[in-house]
Design a protein. Structure first.
Length: 88
């Protein structure tokens, strides 16, 4: 399986997360055709990765814009939860 997330923070910063065949990669830049595109401002992004902002709540409050498969979008939340857990 292949999952590609494009994360846009503000109007100038673009990051990606790619998971394919058990390999994981992240980086700065854009992807041609990600499975999921996510837009948010820097305060929401830092809050999600610090564990102070719930991604689902931010989405419901329209602080995150989302395009693509909702099922795969939920995998992004799993990823952010794992990052927060490791940072604690």
């Amino acid at each position: 399986a292949k999952f590609e997330f494009q994360i846009s923070i503000g109007d100038e910063k673009y990051y990606y997360i790619k998971v394919e065949n058990g390999h994981f990669a992240t980086g700065e830049g854009t992807l041609e055709q990600p499975n999921v595109r996510i837009w948010m401002d820097s305060s929401i992004a830092s809050g999600i990765f610090m564990g102070t902002v719930n991604a689902a709540s931010a989405y419901m409050a329209k602080e995150i814009k989302f395009e693509g498969s909702m099922m795969l979008g939920l995998k992004f939340r799993t990823f952010t939860d794992a990052v927060v857990s490791e940072l604690e």
